[in-house]
Write a protein that binds this ligand. Sequence first.
Ligand SMILES: Cc1cc2nc3c(=O)[nH]c(=O)nc-3n(C[C@H](O)[C@H](O)[C@H](O)COP(=O)(O)O)c2cc1C
Length: 289
Amino acid sequence: MILNASGCLDARATPEVARQLDAFVTKTVTLLPREGNASVRIAETDVGMLNSIGLANPGIDRFCETLPPLRKELAIPIWVSVGGFCADDYAKLCTTLDGCDEVEAIELNVSCPNVAAPAEATEEIVKAARHATSKPLYAKLSPAVPDMSALALSAARAGADGLSLVNTARGLALDARTLRPVLSTESGGLSGPALRPIALAAVHACFAATRLPIVAMGGIETGRHALEFIAAGACACALGTILFADPNAPARVRTELAAEAGQHGFETPLAAFGAGHGQRAAQSARFVA
Ligand SMILES: Cc1cc2nc3c(=O)[nH]c(=O)nc-3n(C[C@H](O)[C@H](O)[C@H](O)COP(=O)(O)O)c2cc1C
């Protein structure tokens, strides 16, 4: 399964790109509208991209009005990413989305580095969301924690159906001339190639700890990268930063992945599932519905 990473694809502006995906993941939506951070909000580095968008979004009420036409136009499942500042925010968002037929699954963004991140509250947030909806819940975790497995286990205990791994990690870019921070917020979230080994380690550790379905993201640019994430324990891959450079990436990565799996002797890409853990891992696999 190939998805986009939240915030990296505007499906209304480029529906033809979104239609290449197996499901579209929305940008994180909050209870109230947010303008986001002041410009400059994007910076390039030689190993990836820094962003400090600050969860700019129209708020849940306006967002829900746009869901039916979007679902109709894309004709693929829609996963909605939600964010908040306390467990009650997430509960309210999930209650609203629980009543929307257009919503296939909900991703709980408990990991955005550009707003006050409620890292310690993951278990409380997932629990509150779990009580509010029967839709599949994916907890999106930050890689910037000392023990990813422990965080993943707390999400699992609280009732998460799956994990989205990983969000960006904090980074800084200085202007070449002034040596001052490029972003208005000084530091921002690092995505792209530099994040890939970190994301791979997170997927490997969290799969071993929980056996939950995992949507992997973090610097995935090619079929070879996707195959490695599947071997580490992901059952779906999401494309983020690469979409800015290559809008055709979903179709390209899908083709490359099939070829790459074949070269390794696997009949299908998912036959490589869990290969990075030895043979028995695949037998305890649970896949994204
Ligand atoms: C411009 C930009 C905006 C993003 N917005 C969100 C967001 O709204 N919610 C979220 O959970 N993650 C957001 N992310 C993080 C991505 O979904 C993804 O986790 C991260 O970029 C790692 O994947 P990548 O290296 O393939 O980009 C954003 C990333 C970028 C680059």
